[in-house]
Design a protein around this ligand. Structure first.
Ligand SMILES: [Zn+2]
Length: 626
């Protein structure tokens, strides 16, 4: 076995828990998965020659920079220079570790994985199980318990059908302090796991625990893979007036409300189809829209739509429409989201429902057409903000009030991302239009407005954090390799069947760059395990994403050099290797002569050695003389 590689490879490291044939399973999964299908389920792809192309999810891509090579089963973005195989794609896309990616792909391929114990993934698995178990309990209670009668009546009254409620696993947590705890104890579920999953809370005096969700309609929240990871609990209409309308699970190792959205797992496909994501505020609104036949809809989890949500949606949608209730709270929330979202390079629109009407009612009473009509009228956030500002400002407003309103609009204008998907000319037009309106309405000069806008933009830029680490990890570019390193790696990728003799003769010391050393080590250890150091095998063997990008990049360069005879290439490399080694010996001899006093005999022998090494080296460089 290749123990030397275990240290650097989490792939093998993850299997250290005792899977005898971990490598076989990985290979079987790899062979069963088609990377075009996999990537295509996240990003819309189109054929381009032998390859497929799509918009890269890791940079602000406006032309399709992500290339999928079905023949090599690799992906690569030539702008951010990330690349790899199906495993690395999924790991990067859904932020999984290798084991999780393997599990998902195995699932997809219908291959049973041997169960493996790994730290961290153990806790996560336990939390998925606990959430899933609790969800079943809540659903059962909702449909069958007399304790849930009021909840059932309320949701039916709102117009949600049994089918909708069942499909979305809506449940109910009765108004008791230990309803879930008692059942957990009866089912042998550990209180520790319940607490970690946020379902129960420890008492202040540590004398025990109590249920977090009491007397609430329970909406299970799933991660994009469809696993239940948290809950949102809504009060019943006749709850005490001081109770929060919604409470959600706290952050846990599997749940982050900043980066998850209610209903995304169910809506993902519809969103990537329509390229549009509707974002509503309530879970019932989301379900009502779905029931009315509008499927590209998600809900925020009791927070404003933030940057990470926008980035998540941007993977699937070209346009995000934020649907706000017609009340004052909806207006305040619009202010919260605008600045954040305008900084994101995505087409964001704001739709406001008529006052007093919520999206759920709109969908279920007025019908999907009425809801779509509201969506159609969604406006650019800047226009939205202008309109709001003008509407809110009394006609006899003081100068101070007027100025602060102007400042508010300029601030939002300055937040518009320089990476906005709008073409620059259109952005300029929009800016001119808004400055023109402000100038006319408030009697301020265009120049003054322009100057203030520039000031605000400047201060925003200096406060800005540097570009987001969306292209995580280091990148290592082919161009950074010294020619020798590149040639060795290319030889491996070009002729994996032929390269083993050559690799025997190349030691790690002969390679300069650390990434190239790691690839050489992996190739050697594959050979030691009697496997071909092919691209696919190397990708599977090597843990680091930056190495995957480099490997795919090198592989593509080789595929482009169709004129090169790959065996001839090996031959040249082998000759060059001899030259290098002869040179090195000579150099070492010279150094010894310079640094150590020698006996005359020794010295003579060494000089002879030097001369013959020189000759050998020169013979190689210039065969005519040799
Ligand atoms: Zn990219």
């Amino acid at each position: 076995m290749h123990t030397s590689l275990n240290n650097l490879s989490p792939h093998t490291g993850h299997d250290a828990g005792g899977v005898a044939h971990g490598d076989d399973v990985k290979e079987r999964v790899r062979e069963a998965i088609d990377i075009v299908d996999l990537v295509g389920s996240y990003i819309s792809l189109r054929r381009s020659g032998k390859n497929f192309v799509g918009l890269c999810p890791w940079h602000d891509d406006s032309r399709p920079s992500l290339q999928i090579n079905p023949e090599r089963q690799t992906f690569r973005c030539w702008v951010c220079n990330v690349g790899g195989d199906a495993f690395s794609f999924l790991m990067r896309m859904d932020r999984l570790d290798f084991r999780e990616a393997l599990e998902q792909l195995a699932d997809r391929a219908g291959i049973d994985l041997p169960r493996v114990q790994g730290p961290g993934s153990d806790v996560k698995r336990a939390l998925y199980e606990v959430c899933n178990w609790a969800s079943d309990r809540f659903v059962d209670c909702f449909h069958n318990s007399s304790l849930a009668r009021e909840a059932r009546e309320y949701l039916r009254e709102r117009g949600l059908t049994d089918d909708t409620l069942q499909d979305s696993s809506v449940g109910f947590a009765p108004n008791e302090w230990d309803w879930l705890l008692r059942q957990a104890q009866a089912s042998g579920i550990s209180t520790n796991h319940l607490e970690q999953a946020g379902l129960v809370v420890a008492r202040q005096d540590r004398s025990g625990h109590y249920d977090r969700f009491r007397g609430r309609i329970m909406f299970p929240i799933s991660d994009p893979q469809g696993r239940c990871v948290a809950f949102g609990g809504r009060v019943l209409p006749n709850a005490p007036p001081d109770s929060a309308k919604y409470i959600n699970s706290p952050e846990t190792p599997v749940f982050s409300k900043q980066s998850m959205l209610y209903g995304l797992d169910a809506a993902r496909e519809a969103i990537s189809h329509s390229r549009r994501a509707l974002v509503v505020e309530g879970y019932t609104d989301c379900l009502a829209a779905r029931q009315a036949g509008i499927h590209d809809v998600v809900a925020v989890l009791g927070t404003a739509l933030g940057q990470r949500h926008a980035r998540l949606l941007r993977r699937y949608a070209d346009r995000i429409v934020v649907v706000l209730d017609g009340d004052d709270a909806g207006r305040r929330r619009a202010d919260e989201v605008l600045e954040v979202l305008l900084a994101e390079p995505v087409d964001i629109r704001i739709a406001r429902l008529p006052a007093g009407i919520d999206p759920c009612d709109q969908c279920l009473t007025a019908g999907p057409e009425a809801f779509e009509a509201v969506i159609d009228e969604a406006v650019d956030p800047l226009d939205y903000r202008m309109r709001e500002t003008f509407e809110r400002l009394p006609h006899d407003a003081s100068d101070e009030l007027a100025l602060s309103a102007v400042e508010g609009v300029l601030k939002i204008l300055s937040a518009v991302s320089p990476r906005s998907p709008l073409p620059p000319s259109q952005r300029q037009l929009r800016q001119d239009r808004i400055l023109g309106k402000l100038s006319r309405r408030f009697g301020l000069s265009r120049d003054a407005l322009q100057t203030r806008l520039e000031e605000l933009s400047r201060s925003r830029r200096t406060n800005d954090v540097p570009p987001s680490p969306s292209t995580e990890g280091l990148r290592f570019d082919e161009a950074e390799l010294v020619p020798w390193d590149r040639e060795v790696l290319s030889a491996i990728l070009a002729a994996p069947e032929e390269v083993s003799d050559l690799l025997d003769r190349i030691s790690e010391d002969e390679i300069s760059a650390e990434p190239a050393k790691a690839i050489l080590r992996a190739a050697k250890s594959l050979i030691a395990a009697e496997k071909l150091p092919s691209l696919a095998a190397l990708l599977l063997e090597l843990p680091a994403a930056e190495l995957h990008g480099l490997l795919v990049q090198l592989d593509e360069s080789i595929r482009e050099q169709t004129h090169l005879d790959q065996i001839g290439r090996l031959h040249h490399l082998s000759e060059a290797l001899e030259r290098r080694q002869a040179d090195r010996t000579a150099w070492q001899t010279v150094r010894k002569l310079k640094t150590s006093p020698l006996q005359p005999d020794d010295e003579a022998a060494m000089i002879e050695q030097l001369v013959s090494a020189r000759r050998a080296a020169q013979g190689m460089t210039d065969p005519k003389e040799g």
